[in-house]
Design a protein around this ligand. Sequence first.
Ligand code: NCD
Length: 317
Amino acid sequence: MTFRARHLLGIEHLHPTEITTLLDLADKYADQTRNGTVDKTVLAGMTQINMFFENSTRTQASFEIAGKRLGADVMNMAMQASSIKKGETLIDTALTLNAMHPDLLVVRHPNSGAVDLLAQKVNGAVLNAGDGRHEHPTQALLDALTIRRAKGRLHRLSIAICGDIAHSRVARSNIMLLGKMENRVRLIGPPTLMPSGIGEFGVEVFDNMEEGLKDVDVVMMLRLQKERMDGGFIPSEREYFHRYGLDAAKLAHAKPDAIVMHPGPMNRGVEIDGNIADDINRSVIQTQVEMGVAVRMAAMDLLAQNLRASRQAEVMA
Ligand code: NCD
């Protein structure tokens, strides 16, 4: 078996062959979606519950569409930010839902580690849709598929991740995935937005865009995650844009065919110039969204296969 995981909690524990297996299947789903040839029975009979304890546009919609496209019964729990309670409450919620026998549980939570904790309490397969600053595995996978389709490969590329690295689960999952696939990762941002102990990640760190972007193949911009900041990390948004915002002049330092990425939501004029984001010759931001659905279809398909196999094994035992 080339994809053995029971849950998709992070990139950290995935083997490069598991990543490739998932991306190959997602690639197929992306083409089938464009051609209208997706098999709607792949997840037939499976119940998928989406639990988002934190706001989301893309990720939640993407998981819902992915499940429906493969024929799952999808239910969205309305988790308002105001009702977030930690510890026992999360586990109680998990146990309550577990009693209804969901097969696939998609969970986003503001606390790092909360999704792992929940996964220990339920029988179905859990997919992490982002936990605090920790991991956002499907985002890193959809970024990887977007890069692979644009560049024709996912190794020996030079990739710059820019901006608020410290608060970003997207950056963390991407650093791990891109490293596992043997790419060179550069992090660019103000020192106040670099996580401590960044040296251990095997990346190069820059606090100057012009230097950091020199000759890179991929430029990945990140939002300033103000909801995770508790003080003055940047002098002002204007000053930030001037030094770290991606505009044509800074992008000119990257390779002439470098692609521009952003996981969204974007703050135009803060981390990225709107004209760059909309430039169809450079920006693959909409492709990222498209690949997001395909990656989530593949992830749920593979986890559902493993779930069926383990249930079968239990029946036989
Ligand atoms: C990101 C997230 O929620 O981690 N967005 C996303 O899932 N596409 C990044 C962000 O919030 O800035």
